[in-house]
Design a protein around this ligand. Sequence first.
Ligand code: ASP
Ligand code: MG
Length: 415
Amino acid sequence: MQIYKFGGASLKKAEALKTIIDIISDKKDLVIVVSAIDKTTNKLEKLVDAYLNNEPLKLEIFEKIKSFHINFAKSAFGVKYNEFEIGITNIFNQLKEILDLPSNTSYDEVYDSIACYGELLSSYILSTYLNINGVENSLVDIRNIIVTDSNFRDAKILWEESKALIKNKFLDNNKIYITQGFIGRDKFGKNTSLGREGSDYTASGLAYLLDAECVVIWKDVPGIMNADPSICNFAEKLDYLSFREAIELAFYGAKVIHPKTIKPLENKNIPLYVNSFVDYKKKGTEVKKIDYKLDLIPIYIFKANQILLSVSPKDFSFVVEENISKLFALFTQYKIKVNITQNSAISFSAAIDGNNRNFDKLIEDLSKEYFVKYNTDLQLVTIRYYTDDSIVKMTSGKRILLEQRSRTTARFVLQ
Ligand code: ASP
Ligand code: MG
């Protein structure tokens, strides 16, 4: 069995569905994981905010998402649209029911109850499209299989519980199955999500649970590149990566794979292919177990919209274990993603993602015991396998606010 994952960026237009048929041509014993079409999850995030703030805008956003999907389905299904319209309308009716009732739970929980609709829609549309075009398949609701913890918006897969549920599913090896990425359900039956871009993690989780032969992630880039090709004209594809290296890259913020994707694959030694959705016949990047040292060119990872936060204890106590654990407890409490840290005797600095809705609360809390300073709108650049040239290339003409180098990795917070 193989697991294919198609991401939202590959599914911007209904024509893209034809490419999926070409890619899967006469495959069997295949599970296809899809994420939401195009930027649907972003739109659903706006819907969550409008819903919780009780804005009249709520209905407008809802209608926009609805008409986008209806138009997409119309051009995908053609003359058969009327026959399958009911399937789409049903999904929107369920979503509308949530929106019509007041919320009585946390932001994160509401988020997951709404964000899951992107994948419910895309999987329904893909499955229907394939059936209409003679590619028989079964649509599986992944929430009946993937059990997660209740850490809404960043849930982890519970392996034992999911294993028990997957037992009698995906059994027919003459078949193609379609299912949703990104979402699951906790033990109490509530919808959860695995974190933004989490469909990759679903694909690798399924591979792990089903002992799949491989995972293929089809992307709008030629494979895993040594830099983001939309920013750097020198970006090159990497042919091979070890699991270890891929974990490092994902951890530093390489957007091409979700950080949680690699571990399940590494555990069972299941190779991952990151291939181009456009040039689907070309070889992409192969991520597998590699014991020897790969000779890699410098790899650049950019994280934009960073805030460099610097704190020092008002009581002049040293920034050692106690203070550090206090700070990290606050970061955890407010779900702040810390990307790099540095400390001296009485100061601690961290670059954190700039889009956190709890940032103001964090600053308020920190200010009780610490002097706090911060700069916004910075960039964090990580260079794996850095050379002198590569450092000049990234930093020249920029103000360096923080710098760290190890044997293989150089990191800079830049203005
Ligand atoms: N649709 C979700 C997101 O946009 C999950 C994914 O794309 O993997 O974050
Ligand atoms: Mg996506």
